[in-house]
Design a protein around this ligand. Sequence first.
Ligand code: THU
Length: 159
Amino acid sequence: MKNLSLQINIKIYDYNELSNADRELMDQAIAATERSYAPYSHFSVGAAARLTNGIIVSGSNQENAAYPSGICAERTTLFYANSQYPDQAVETLAIAARNGQGLLDDPIPPCGACRQVMLETEKRFNHPMRVLLYGEKGIYEMKEIGDLLPLSFKASSME
Ligand code: THU
């Protein structure tokens, strides 16, 4: 028997320790939570992606009475970014969420499907995607999707 340990790295920042560019991106993710359509969960998520050309696109979760037809904020944002700017890698993706009490104290961990889509975007452009997760008590920074999705399935897994 052998043991395989995989390490992930997360840095935690206060909001005011972020660079101006990261603060701007996070502000856009927070603003996007206000444009969420979440009449069923009452849980509003916003995401903002900064592309290599400097453009920021944002999106929010969009729910549906047929629950599985809805989509998370992260995938709304990445699919929009990739369809509008198919030759631009995503430098950084910021994510924020609020419930009935306001913005969450602890960062929202993105769902598995969104992590898989983040990985695809990263691999597609062969460019690491930073992820910033907003929490009132601290902002998590992951430098690449491997820190969110270790032991991932990707195209090279089929070779
Ligand atoms: N949601 C997101 O938008 N992103 C996530 O990473 C997790 C969950 C949304 C989906 C649904 O509209 C609501 O939050 C509750 O699950």
